[in-house]
Design a protein around this ligand. Sequence first.
Ligand code: SAM
Length: 283
Amino acid sequence: MVHGFAKVGVWGVSGRLCRPETPQDLLSPRPGAGVGIRVYKSADFTNTLWGGTCGDSRQEKCCKMIGMNPPNDPFPASEFDDWAGTYDASVSIDQFPFFGYQDILARIVALAEPIRGMSVLDLGTGTGNLAARFAVLGCDVWCTDFSVPMLAQARQKIPDAHFVQHDLRRHWPEELRRPFDRIVSAYVFHHFELDEKIRILRDLASNLASGGRMIIGDIAFPNLASQERVKTEVGAEWEQEHYWLADESLAALYKAGLPASYTQVSSCAGMFVLTHLLGNKAG
Ligand SMILES: C[S@@+](CC[C@H](N)C(=O)[O-])C[C@H]1O[C@@H](n2cnc3c(N)ncnc32)[C@H](O)[C@@H]1O
């Protein structure tokens, strides 16, 4: 019994009830499952309070409605939903953290060496700026993001791409369980702590086709000293997030069985290339 409600249920994407569960399931939903709350009287639900996908901004509201603490998520999808309409204007201004933004995208594409028909998965695709560069080259482009408005913007730019709403911190969804020739990403992983970055990349390694390559461009610095220099230079524009420090990150990647190379592209952005993935499986 949760605050006057008989039961809380978690159900699958079809909307059909899979199994009634504890409120904890709302915070840690099953892989690929939609999440929501239904109120039951005996076996039948009488009302649907909320249904959506994990990371949806309504998840927080719904938790509050039933008196649960909302998930402690410093980077919920709702943060990005509101940014979708103005995101392209933000990246067009050459200021922190987007110094060299177009350069990073161009360098990721160059390192990917795309050819027509190659399957390319873009993680945290946002408004689709990186994915669009692969689409014009004839690649089979797959876009993921946990923000529905971001995906809607991307869809307008690249209507022929595949779109999957997914939170990278969650279990890998069924529709993306297939090998990709390239897995790319720009300006996404700095939302995750280093351990989580590594965990996500290790999991992704098994979705890389034979001879595949992962290229991750993001806000990154060679080391802490260089991050501190840029922090001083940009002053009030600085916002502390989990920026990559190449020295510690390369060591952690190597230890995790993911040897990588790193290139600094602008004062605050760089790229990691993961190539030597033994049998396409991390360590
Ligand atoms: C700064 S934008 C970068 C967008 C795009 N890759 C680009 O280079 O312009 C970050 C994107 O990552 C997405 N994102 C952040 N955290 C995510 C997560 N946990 N799972 C999936 N997408 C996420 C956001 O919704 C947003 O679209």
